[in-house]
Design a protein around this ligand. Sequence first.
Ligand SMILES: C[S@@+](CC[C@H](N)C(=O)[O-])C[C@H]1O[C@@H](n2cnc3c(N)ncnc32)[C@H](O)[C@@H]1O
Length: 363
Amino acid sequence: MNSPPLLLLQQSLPPISPTENLIQLKTPLPVHNSIPGTRTPVSSSSSSSSSLSYIRACAGKTTRRVGGGRRGNPDDYHATLTALNSKGRFPRKSLGQHYMLDSEINEQLTAAANVGEGDVVLEIGPGTGSLTNVLISAGAFVLAIEKDPHMATLVSERFSETERFKVLKEDFVKCHIHSHMSSLLASIEPSSADSRYAKVVANIPFNISTDVVKQLLPMGDIFSEVVLLLQEETALRLVESSLRTSEYRPINIFVNFYSDPQFICKVPRTKFFPQPNVDAAVVKFKLKQPVHYPSVSSTKSFFSMVNSAFNGKRKMLRRSLQHICTPMEIENALGNVGRPATSRPEELSMDDFVKLHNLIVKV
Ligand SMILES: C[S@@+](CC[C@H](N)C(=O)[O-])C[C@H]1O[C@@H](n2cnc3c(N)ncnc32)[C@H](O)[C@@H]1O
């Protein structure tokens, strides 16, 4: 890189306006977040200035390299935060900006998706680029979507030397991710049958988790796996909610229809800066290819039926699905599925719902 990276950052990041929704820095960085190889003591003061001065102290003790392609270099990360802070930029709550402090978690996310040489990876919200750095070092080509234009500029400058990185300044919720990825995949010569599929690896803002899951899981035609850092409670709800529990919802049917989900590990809140009020977890969704989706005549009518069933959660299906056919027909269909005539939605597995749909919905 020709210019000193910190200078680049300072030039490109104007201070944010005081009216922006900022996260209050109430807690200092925890002791175990000190940079490996240094034993910087952490102030016990709870003032925001102590957090900032701690970061500055950490970064001051380390190399200030903000280049891409170096694996597991947490010094990069602290130097980047220092640059943000020196320009008066703070993490924004409205954008869920809780940055990962522990490069081992980034390594775990990358390993969970088996990211290797030549893989194409979509990263949502690269932020300062700490996870991006690990992905690129693993050999991936990374397409990142970043809503915060300041962070998009920062991360594109950080990785300006590599051709393995591209960032789009867009809101993931609104962007046409399928067409972006399809054209990217079409432009890359596949090195193996597997590399026809891209992967998603991301530490996403918790407030867009549902949008991300709903958009990406039905994209088994372009993604093979989706590895996300989610709020722990959301992760457990998506992966572990089972039949006959109050947490069992249409989203569980959705997740299992399109993927095989797996809870990888818990990530304590202390691993983020600023620290969120909740713990997180890594979840892997192994996407099914469209030929392997459960066989329904129409996914639209299938999920519409499942939603109707759960709308009247306490109701028996023979009542909540009356708009589709008569109670007698529903009872008969439940009998064919091997379920009692009095079944409620939480008693049916995804396969049961598929069979029920194919018996009662004529599309
Ligand atoms: C939890 S931070 C993670 C940052 C970084 N990946 C890390 O691990 O430190 C979430 C990032 O997503 C960005 N972001 C928030 N909402 C977004 C959206 N709708 N679309 C794309 N990026 C978004 C934030 O600006 C932030 O950089």
